[in-house]
Design a protein. Sequence first.
Length: 472
Amino acid sequence: MNIEGFRHASYQAIDRICDYFLSLEERPVLPSVQPGFLRGLLPNHVPDSGEDIQQIADDFRDTILPESILGELYSSSIANPGFNWHCSPVSTELEEIVMDWSCKLLGLSDAFLNTSETGGGVLGTTACDSVLVTIVAARTTFLQLNPGLSQQDLVLYITSQTHILGCKAAAILGLAYTVLEVAKEGDYSLRGKTLLAAIKKDAGNGRHPFFLIATVGSTSNGSVDRIDELGPILVSNGIWMHVDAAWAGLALACPEYRDVCQLEAINKYADSFCINFHKWGLVSLEASALWVRNRQWLMQALDVTPEYLRTIHVEDNVNDYRNWQFSLSRRSRSLKMWFVLRGFGIQGLQGYIRKTISLCQMFYKLVENSSDFQLVGRPFLSLAVFRLRPKDSLLFSVNADEQTLNDLNRIFHRKLLIHDLFLTQTMLDGMFCIRFNVGATRTEERHIMNAWKTICSQIEPAIAEWVKYYVP
Ligand SMILES: *Cc1c(COP(=O)(O)O)cnc(C)c1O
């Protein structure tokens, strides 16, 4: 494509992205296509000769919904691999800078700044990848400090509310893990005494816990582990604490949410901390921010430098981000962060976080005041978990058993999907529940009211269907 052709296609891309945003409310939430639909629409091989960009853009508009951000567009224009400072100085340094900006934005300790003596931050792809490299670093460090032990002696700690990233990392790395119990009565937070009991039991079995994933804002129900209680125990047992705040961590940008998110304890005890700017942080995928208290822990485990990667800056102590991750090459992700952080500013981000939380509060007050629904656990930030429990209905009076309520709620949840309300579900202590989370910039009160209207409109149909299936 010549430069003028590129100019035309790029302007058109922006026009189409704007049209897409303007048409969002008219679009269905759920896909209307069947699995495998795309195979029927696209050729099954690469075209023999290059195609016209207009044709590709039309195909994209017509078959694949566009979603993008300016920073991402610009970053596509830079062809650099980003692994060494030497081959991408701007990329490396902008990343260090936006990570430090974000560190301060969230109120994290200066110990995590790239400009600090030992800590630092890296912008990775996803929370799953971030925890994986962190566990590798912790494993190397732990085995170095405990000569004589091997990987078979190690165990990783998670809870029943930890995101699946814990089990997945254990499976990938061939590590044993223990699921620590969290109780409904304690809002599903991991407590110090549970951790102590597990450590004691493992010591009896000759197993060595070396890593714990603590969560601030679990995916399932927004639970927060008691980092203040866990911290001192982990420190005295030489166990690494990784704090997964992939979703909720952005709330730290607002000072009034720092206590509920346990910022003080995070700053004191976390060895690593991860939040996804691509979730509640207005940045497009992938933008997973990972901070470590000691960047050397990552380097020790991940720095492998053959001759062809040596640069003339070895003595200058420059930062080669390839040593913070598994792959060598990396995108210049900092550019989109830079656009968003500058474009919104601290107040803009805070305003957005506060707005989504207040919209969620509006929703859960509706739930609380309704005799048809029940909140399950306490809502956290912009997440409320609820289920249908019609108190006035004779069929589902106070004594209705869990199985009955679960059957009813599964039917109810399906009905919401059919009516284009895409709420995900979860199981909590055997209860089938529905999650309501607000997170989009364009969500307004009227959208919450519309959702509530749909929710209420499906009570009777759900009960009727339950009766049809289950009442003889
Ligand atoms: C979404 C989420 C993850 C997974 O994030 P990815 O970036 O998709 O890997 C992990 N933990 C929590 C708490 C999450 O909410």
